[in-house]
Design a protein. Sequence first.
Length: 248
Amino acid sequence: MTLSGFVAAAGSTVGARHRHADRPSQDAFALHRFPGGLAAVVADGCGSRPRSELGAALGARMCCRALELASRRSPSGPELVADALGSLLTRLGRVLGSLPAATEHEVSDAFLFTLLGAVVTERQAVVFALGDGIVALNGEVFLLEQDNAPSYLGYHLLDRTAPAARCWTLETGALESLLLGSDGLGELGALDELWTEPRYVTRPDALRRRLTLASRDAQHIDWEARRVLRQPARLRDDATCVVVRRSP
């Protein structure tokens, strides 16, 4: 990667409830490296809408690009986030406007998703949250709960208001580790291994495999009792995370 001293990885899995119902994951992530920095985004689509995974995937990719461009224009953390989200809404509005007879129905079907994002440059690290999920900065975990009524970005496509995101800013020299996770990741329990264990950022696919194992039911044979012991999956909901940390 082009930002010296940092490595990044991401992983995602379909939660057990969605797998049993033969439904796709409604989470998405994007990692974007650019000269002098990186951007990372986790998006979580509204579970009750039929195509929110499409909007989440599109929004995550477009948000990464918006964060890169904003990092070149806006000097401070809150200004950078406002710049990036404003640009993202404009671009999503153009996408929506290109659809025939786009209405509130189309927005609610595909464009209701939360966003957790970060951009790390040689000067600063800026993190934001719009909706629920998990943010961990240098080991300090922030559980963002909104009583199952998250602040979806799509609402602002309809009312044309500026989203109010929570924002964290620190100098890059003070950043040791960063995690962005969808709310389903909280079912995993202790999360610190995800940013402390080097294998999750140095081995290809290790993070995804860790989440996938936790999203599957397990069974063990008790030979003495002659019975099969079944353990339900820990990750019932879709789970996605991005980890950024200093190089091991």
